[in-house]
Design a protein around this ligand. Structure first.
Ligand SMILES: Cc1cc2nc3c(=O)[nH]c(=O)nc-3n(C[C@H](O)[C@H](O)[C@H](O)COP(=O)(O)OP(=O)(O)OC[C@H]3O[C@@H](n4cnc5c(N)ncnc54)[C@H](O)[C@@H]3O)c2cc1C
Ligand code: FES
Length: 264
């Protein structure tokens, strides 16, 4: 169940150019959020911007009754959000949506994040610890200073691989190519059925990851991004096409089985 709550800002850090990490106080959201779920943030006191902005739950600490959001400034809402100072409050609705499903029979988790897509993968890595034998993280970014959370993942997973589009850090190229290389060289065919790929990032990246997963017969879950209006399943403003018809990203997703999504 989701709640609406005024959450106090405990910390607000500029972690990369135009990228911020926001730490907010909420015992409820910290203890009820599942990996892949998001919150809807009301930005500003007035009607502009009118709509809440969806942001993935990035990390939680039940012990400290706090949760984190990681966001990029791309427009008016996130620009205004970046001006909020520590001590002020934000009106938050959440946690919302259907997150990643963790299959305890699977022994290998492969997390693939492109750009801001790493945001929901850190809480997922935290959750997978102790539930799976190995966690591998593949991070793709445009350039060196857009590589997010590498050190955070290194502390809690078995291996972190990075690629940048321009080759300024890690391997040059797309993270989907790194995924294919990783599967071919580090997994045995026997491991394919014991693995799950969890992916979040730009649509083109997700499609490439799902194609690879299909080819190798590896289970794959993808977190889809859509423009949202109500954020609670009533306006149909966020639908995507799936093999079972149209689905609402805000409450039937954002996480879907990769094989179910129709990409065109
Ligand atoms: C389930 C979900 C989880 C998300 N999690 C995160 C997160 O953890 N961190 C993060 O930085 N962002 C996340 N986003 C995207 C984030 O919601 C948007 O970046 C934000 O709403 C933009 O608001 P704005 O007012 O700054 O930009 P706007 O002024 O509204 O838009 C600026 C530009 O970005 C485009 N745009 C805006 N929203 C989206 C969208 N959802 N998909 C594609 N294009 C868009 C607009 O068309 C426009 O061109 C998530 C989106 C969804 C649906
Ligand atoms: S945003 Fe309204 S139904 Fe999803």
């Amino acid at each position: 169940m989701s709640i609406q709550e005024n959450c106090r800002i405990l910390d607000h850090q500029n972690v990369a150019p135009q990228h911020f990490k926001l730490t907010l106080s909420s015992a409820y959201i910290a203890s009820h959020s599942e990996p892949g779920q998001f919150v809807n943030v009301k930005i500003g006191e007035s009607y502009d911007p009118l709509l809440r902005r969806p942001l993935s739950v990035h990390r939680v600490s039940e012990e400290h009754k706090r949760f984190e959001l990681l966001y990029e400034v791309i427009g008016r809402g996130t620009e205004l959000l970046s001006k909020y100072s520590v001590g002020s409050e934000l009106d938050i609705l959440g946690p919302l949506g259907k997150g990643f499903a963790i299959d305890k029979k699977k022994e290998i988790a492969i997390l693939v994040g492109g750009g801001m897509g790493v945001a929901p993968l850190l809480i997922l890595a935290d959750e997978l610890r102790g539930k799976t034998k190995a966690i591998y993280v593949l991070i793709g970014a445009k350039t060196r200073n857009r590589v997010l959370c590498e050190q955070d993942f290194k502390g809690i997973t078995d291996q972190v691989l990075v690629s940048t589009d321009d080759g300024s850090y890690g391997k040059k190229g797309f993270i989907s190519d790194v995924l294919l290389d990783f599967i071919d060289n580090q997994l045995t065919t026997h491991n394919f059925q014991l693995s799950t790929i969890y992916a979040c990032g730009p649509k083109e990246m997700l499609k490439a990851v799902v194609d690879i997963a299909f080819q190798k017969k590896i289970d794959c879950q993808v977190s889809m991004e859509q423009h949202m209006a109500c954020g609670i399943g009533t306006c149909l403003g966020c639908v995507i096409r799936t093999k079972d018809g149209y689905k609402k990203v805000c409450d039937e997703g954002p996480v879907f089985e990769g094989k179910d999504v129709i990409w065109h």
